[in-house]
Each structure stands twice: as C-alpha cells, then as structure tokens.
Design a protein around this ligand. Sequence first.
Ligand code: ZN
Ligand code: ZN
Length: 368
Amino acid sequence: MSGTAPDHVSARLERAQAAAREAGVDALVVTPGPDLQYLTGVVKHSHERLSALLLPAEGDPAFVVPTLERPGLDGSAVESMDVLTWTDGVDPHALAASRLGDPRRVAVAADMPALHVLGLRDALPAATLELATPILRQLRMRKDAGEVAALRTAGAAIDDVHAQVPDWLVAGRTEAEVGADITRAIVETGHAEAAFVIVGSGPNGASPHHEVSERVIERGDVVVVDIGGPLPDGYNSDSTRTYVVGEASDEVRDVYAVLQRAQAAAVDAVRPGATAESIDEVARAIIRDAGYGEFFVHRTGHGIGLEVHEEPYIVDGNDLVLEPGMAFSIEPGIYFPGRWGARIEDIVVVTDTGCEPVNRRPHDLLSC
Ligand code: ZN
Ligand code: ZN
C-alpha cells in the first residue's frame, strides 16, 4: 500500500482486501457512508456526483472525487492514495471502471445510491455486482480498543441524559415537551445530534417505534424513553429506560419484574462462543414462560457502532458466534396494544469472558 495513511487506516484497508480475496471478490467500491468512514475516516454525503473508494483485492487503493470536492479531502487518509478527480461532463463510472481494470466480481457498499450502482453496472458489463456487507461486516463487527472506548463515552453521555429524565417527566406536560428537553440534553452531553427521541407514554409505550406526540402525560402512566445519537466521532449511543409517573399498579410491577429478569439474564448469557440467537432465546424464554411471549414483538438486539443498527443482530435464526469486541443492544420489551408497554435497553461489548455494559443507569422501574 502506498503512502502515508494513518496506521489504523492502512490496517483496515489491508484487512478489507484480505477479506475480499477470501470471498473471491476482485474489488470493493465504497461510496460515502459508514463503510467509507470506517475504512478511511472520510465523512461525506452521497449524492448524484460520484465519490468512491476503489479498493482492489490486490494492489493500491484509489479515490474518485469530483474536482470541486477535492479540497474537502485535504488532510484525510485518502491523500495517500491516487485521487482521481473528474469534472462535470465526464462519466465518473467509466473513470472508476478504467481504474478497476477487468474485474469479474465487484462488491459495492450497501448504501450506494442506485444511480451509481446502475452506472457502475453499465461501465463494467463483464462484472457481477454484489453487496460488500458480507465482507466488511467481519471487520466492522469486531470493535477495536478505540471503538470500544468511543462506545463507552457514548454510553456515559446518554446515561447522563437519562439521569435527568425524571425531572422532566411530569404529569400535565406533553411527550413533545419532554422530548424537547431530552433533545437539548443529548446535545449538551456531547452528542453531535439527537438521532432519535422516543417518549412513549401510556398507550403510546406499546408502539416500540413511537416517537413523540402531543399526548399529555398523566399520573400513573408508564413511559418508555428510548434515546440516542452519534458523538462527533460518529459512534452512537442508544439506551432505553421505562419510567412511571407516580405509583405503578400491581400489574405493571409484575410485568416489569419479568422484563427486568429477561434483560438481566440475556446480558448474563453474553460471552464469546454463545450464538446471537441463543441470547435472543434467553430473553424470549423468560418472557414466554411468564405468559407474555406474544407481547414481545421484536428481536432482542442489534449491533451498534458507526450506525445505530448494524450487525450483529440478536435474533432467532442468526447462528453467528459471538466474539470479543462485538457490540450490540440487549433490549427486550413487552407491549400491550392500546394500553402500555415497557422496554429496557443497554449496549454491551463482548469481552474475553462475558460482556461489559456501557450503560450503567439503574434498571428498576423508575418513579418520577
Ligand atoms: Zn433504543
Ligand atoms: Zn436499540
């Protein structure tokens, strides 16, 4: 590999090339998005003008970029590569194809716009295009020490927000008002933005991806608060706690105790060598045995890193064997449509012997 890319960039590019060779793929083409950020540190937006990393399985990488965006790469790791600039009127897909030679199998980033996928297909008529995800997920799933540290920082930041939530969850306020307080705090605790803010009060808590509404919070409401976003380095937080405004009913206490047991048991079961689906089953079996199986309507968790949802998915049917460095959520929930719901979510990182949760807030039903 040519030049002066930082060590971790060179190492990641070389590992991606090795994984491509292993898969029998001749080249990766990676447009702006989390895969590009992971491989090069470059953060850009995809649009109709093609920018892309061209990474052959053997040989030196190159970067295609519109001339007018070339200054934006100053100081980045791609400056150690051949940077191929192009001006409006030139066919950038043909330019990329000429650099790639005569590949048979080309893997493209999953979030590449169709405009560029089809442009590449036309420019490489002899090549088969496929997703780069199976190649790159092997790298991205196993977080290195720097990435684990970033997830810890993100976890501590969102914990700080949850610590303030009881002050804002007051009967008579709307979910949207509480959500605005949370959004502000997410930024104040060091996040680049609030990527999602769910305040699901009463019946809205039974809808796992509810956001906020004008519903007025009432005494006795159970409230699901699921919040997070990226820190400036791109690594994300994601944590859910369930609160009760005033006193919980006996029913709420009983159901919540089952959920708490399921979440803790699943976290306890995480260790190298366990499969992703076995962790899902640990949580699901406890909820099912208590009679609430039909009300746990989603997978137990998802990987997290530069994306809020990425591999590995903690779901039935995923026989992936967990390894140290993998990071994902453990977030079982129980939802009674039209009535109320509850969820508990922590991010955990697999260690050599078990796992380390990056979220440390109490799991009890938190009274406001
Ligand atoms: Zn969440
Ligand atoms: Zn989540």
